[in-house]
Design a protein around this ligand. Structure first.
Ligand code: ADP
Length: 321
C-alpha cells in the first residue's frame, strides 16, 4: 500500500532524506522513529504528495506521489506534525471544508462526517469552536479529518504529541481498530507507546534507514540479555565503577532519586549476573533494596544503536583532526 524506492530529499545544501526504500502492506501499523531532524516529517510529507522528492519514487495505494500527486493525496489520510487546524472554525464546519477539498458530494460528506465524528468521539462536540477544545479533542479532530475521505492509507506525524496517558491509550485502541483494513505509518517520540502498537519499526538517522524490523527483531538485536537493576544507598559514581568490574557486566548506567542510586546493568551475554551484582554491593555494606530483572525494551535497542553510531562518528572525527 505504501512503496518508497530510493527517496531522497535535499533542501538546498541540506540532505534531509537519503535514499530510503521500504514497503508497507495493508493490515500493518509501522512506527517511524528517529531523533529530531532525522527526516521523518520530510519523508511523511513526500509520501502524502505534499512535497516532491529530489530523487526516487513513492506510491501510495498505487498512486505515484510525484506524477499523480493529487490522486495520491486523495488516497491518504494525513495528520501533519503539530496537527494544524482552523481554530476559529466549528468542528463540523472544518470537516465540511475538508470534504470540499476532497471533492466529496453532499450526501457522502454528510454520511462521512457522521461516521468520523462517531468513531473519533466527536459527536457531542460538532458545534464547538476548535480553538476552544482541549488538546486531546483537537487531536481527535485531526484524526477525523484524516479519515474523512475513507482513505486506505493513514500517515500520522506524532499523533499523540502533547496528550496525557489516558488519551494516548485511546488513540492506540483506535489505531488497533483501524489496523485490519488500513496501512498505517506513524511517527512518534514515545518508544514505549510505539512498542505496544506497531507491527514493525523503521528507525532513521540523518535521513538514512538504520533499522527496519519487528519489535521482537529489534529487541533481539539489543546487546546482552535482560537488564538487571539494583538500588543502593551510595554515590552513583562509586556504584558505577564497582559494578562495571563485576564479571559478565558490559555497561552500568546510574540515576538517583530520594537518596537512592538506581543502577541499570547491561550484561555481556545471556548469563544471569544478579547474584554477582548483589555480592558486589553487599561487600561494600551499601544498604540495598533488591535486585531486579526486566525484559530488553525497544528503548534499550534504540539507545544502544544511537550510542554506537555516535561513538563511531566521534572516533572518526577525532582521527581526522
Ligand atoms: P524530523 O521530522 O525527523 O524532526 P525533518 O524532516 O523535519 O526531521 O527535518 C530533516 C532535516 O531537514 C533537518 O535538518 C531540518 O532542519 C531540515 N528541514 C526540514 N524542513 C526544511 C525546510 N523547509 N527547509 C530547509 N530545511 C528543512
Amino acid at each position: 500500500m505504501i512503496e518508497a524506492a530510493h527517496i531522497t530529499k535535499w533542501y538546498g545544501p541540506t540532505l534531509a532524506v537519503d535514499d530510503l526504500s521500504f514497503s508497507i502492506p495493508k493490515g500493518k501499523i509501522v512506527g517511524f522513529l528517529g531523533p529530531n531532524g532525522a527526516g521523518k516529517s520530510t519523508t511523511l510529507r513526500i509520501l502524502t504528495g505534499y512535497l516532491p522528492p529530489t530523487a526516487g519514487t513513492a506510491t501510495v495505494a498505487g498512486h505515484n506521489v510525484t506524477k499523480a500527486a493529487e490522486s495520491a493525496r486523495a488516497a491518504v489520510g494525513y495528520m501533519p506534525e503539530n496537527n494544524p487546524l482552523y481554530l476559529e472554525m466549528r468542528v463540523e464546519e472544518f470537516l465540511q471544508f475538508r470534504a470540499k477539498l476532497f471533492r466529496l458530494d453532499k450526501k457522502t460528506t454528510s454520511e462521512r462526517i457522521d461516521t468520523v465524528c462517531d468513531r473519533c468521539g466527536l459527536s457531542q462536540l460538532r458545534r464547538r469552536v476548535i480553538g476552544h477544545l482541549s488538546k486531546g479533542n483537537r487531536q481527535r479532530v485531526g484524526l477525523a479529518q484524516a479519515l474523512l475521505h475513507n482513505p486506505k492509507v493513514l500517515i500520522l506525524d506524532e499523533p499523540t504529541a502533547g496528550l496525557d496517558p489516558i488519551q494516548i491509550v485511546e488513540i492506540r485502541k483506535f489505531l488497533e481498530e483501524l489496523r485490519n483494513d488500513h496501512a498505517i505509518l506513524l511517527s512518534s517520540h514515545i518508544l514505549a507507546e510505539i512498542e505496544k502498537v506497531a507491527d514493525r519499526i523503521m528507525i532513521i538517522r540523518k535521513g538514512k534507514m538504520i533499522a527496519d524490523g519487528t519489535v521482537d527483531d529489534l529487541r533481539g538485536k539489543a546487546k546482552g540479555g535482560s537488564r538487571v537493576t539494583v538500588e543502593t544507598q551510595a554515590e552513583p559514581s562509586a556504584v558505577k565503577s564497582k559494578l562495571e568490574k563485576v564479571a559478565g557486566v558490559a555497561r552500568v548506567e546510574t540515576s538517583s532519586a530520594a537518596g537512592w542510586c538506581r543502577a541499570e546493568i547491561t550484561p555481556k551475554g545471556e548469563g544471569d549476573v544478579r547474584e554477582k551484582v548483589l555480592a558486589a554491593v553487599t561487600a561494600e555494606s551499601w544498604p540495598t533494596r533488591g535486585v531486579g530483572q526486566r525484559q530488553v525494551s525497544l528503548e534499550d535497542y534504540y539507545m544502544q544503536v544511537f550510542r554506537e553510531m555516535d561513538e563511531a562518528e566521534h572516533k572518526k572525527e577525532a582521527k581526522a583532526t
